[in-house]
Ligand binder design. Sequence first.
Ligand code: SF4
Length: 229
Amino acid sequence: MLIGGLAKCSLVDVPGKVAATLFTIGCPFRCFYCHNPELVIPAQYAKPIPLETIFSFLQSRIGKLEAICISGGEPTLHPDLGSFIERIKDLGYFVKLDTMGIFPDRVEALLATGNIGYVAMDIKAPIDRYDQIINVKNVERSIERSINLLMNSGIDYEFRTTVAKPLLSVADFDGIGTLIRGAKRYFIQNYVKPPKQVDPTVSLASLSQDELLQAQEIMHSYVDCVEIR
Ligand code: SF4
């Protein structure tokens, strides 16, 4: 595992729990709006935090923190993620995994361990527009498989989409809804210009409140619980 960042306390990363968040280094996608170049662009990688430092922190927070969120980057890029999560579970923590679903075999194996309590999966776009957001081709089958695995896993989960104009617009939500039809919970995350961005040359904008509400209404045709973040 390569951990490039640690947020020591969060009330929002794991639903209903006081959590710390670990950020893994490395991601095969190149989303224009990504605000973590130090986890995504090899030349800008953060210096990894030694695992002993991470586990000594986790040990010291037993009884104070309830959960650990493993985010990225893309955590499932790391083949030893399963054993890493097991060590965290052995300390008594609830574990949440953030993923964008590019490695469905690893998602499947991780779900089967029973060590993960909650998964948040990014839905980047309607499936036929994925490559225009992530700058990588031929991911469609993997993404669809991860969605199906999650929806049939019995594990609590959410899907979520970051929306930045002009990459996505209200017109894209029918396609997103079709992709996750029948899902439990979906969040629309409006773009907020970050201090750093993987592609700083591209000019992006948030959706208006009216556009967000239109997107929410469309998604209600496909998913029971739809919220705006
Ligand atoms: S926003 Fe995109 S590029 Fe950044 S970590 Fe997530 S999937 Fe990777």
